[in-house]
Design a protein around this ligand. Structure first.
Ligand code: 13P
Ligand code: ZN
Length: 271
């Protein structure tokens, strides 16, 4: 059996959480990540028959029975994942009943998975139904994206359009736009269900006055989506109070999308 601390998926989780912490997006225990694992890869590091303990999830994820995820722990700080992954991360497998998580590794101080597990697993189910390659859901509190929530209308079309105008690459990186939920109580099945509904259509979902969710086939892709939104939101926040002299026009956004061959939300442009 190989050493779990050497597993690429543990190392990647350490790297991405440290990076997000340094960017200032994940203060204290803010943010959470789940990565769908390949069971054959997990078996190189862990005995699949050795369940440390079982933890009820509070909802039925029957579509994910038998699937394993590495997930950040609730109340754990991204700042600390790199130095103590076994305490701050856990590997869980969805049991046959669909409502229990079997802990295979981690949460070593008796802790458990993020309080946002409903939003993560329900979003995995949605994304896998439209893209079988999807493996990652990331939730974060990026500073400028959050600031923008207070000064910009929380309308999916208008919010996406504003961000597309902020950097030339935006419409190419997230042509499918950004879904938006109003402020809702976090950590609940309800916000999980609402997020998952949006995730059928969008890979990015803003939680009003809270943060953002990003989905992707790997950590780089989900992180890169959030990073691009955050950069555009930063440009917006740096310029929102100044007179706008120039902008990227809708015909130019269309030209970009067509040149790069991306399927974009045509209804989000005024053409
Ligand atoms: P957890 O510590 O339970 O992951 O919660 C952090 C968070 O960002 C809640 O939305
Ligand atoms: Zn949060």
């Amino acid at each position: 059996m190989k050493k779990i601390s050497e597993a690429p998926f543990v190392k990647e989780m350490c790297a991405v959480t440290a990076n997000m912490y340094r960017l200032g997006w994940d203060e204290r225990n803010g943010g959470n990540i789940s990565l769908l694992l390949d069971e054959n890869e997990v078996a190189e590091y862990l005995d699949p028959d050795n369940v440390i303990r079982t933890i009820p999830t509070g909802f039925n994820a029957k579509e994910l029975i038998g699937k394993s995820f590495i997930v950040t722990g609730t109340g754990k700080y991204f700042k600390n994942v790199e130095t103590d992954p076994e305490n701050n991360l856990g590997i869980i497998r969805i049991a046959k009943d669909g409502t229990t998580a079997e802990l295979l590794w981690g949460y070593s101080d008796g802790g458990k998975f993020t309080s946002e597990l409903p939003a993560h697993l329900m979003s995995h189910i949605s994304r896998l139904s439209v893209d079988p390659q999807n493996r990652v859901i990331i939730h974060s509190h990026p500073t400028n994206t959050l600031a923008m929530n207070y000064v910009h209308e929380l309308d999916e079309r208008k919010f996406t359009h504003t961000l597309w105008e902020m950097c030339t690459e935006c419409i190419v990186v997230f042509p499918d736009g950004i879904g938006i939920l109003p402020w809702m109580l976090c950590g609940t099945n309800s916000i999980g269900e609402a997020t998952a509904q949006k995730m059928k259509e969008f890979r990015l979902v803003v939680w009003g006055m809270h943060g953002i969710y990003g989905a992707g086939k790997n950590l780089d892709e989900a992180f890169g989506l959030i990073e691009t939104v955050e950069k555009a939101a930063q440009i917006f926040m740096l310029t929102a109070h100044l007179p706008r002299v120039n902008t990227i026009k809708d015909e130019e956004l269309k030209e970009l999308a067509e040149f790069f061959g991306v399927k974009y939300r045509k209804d989000f442009l005024d053409l």
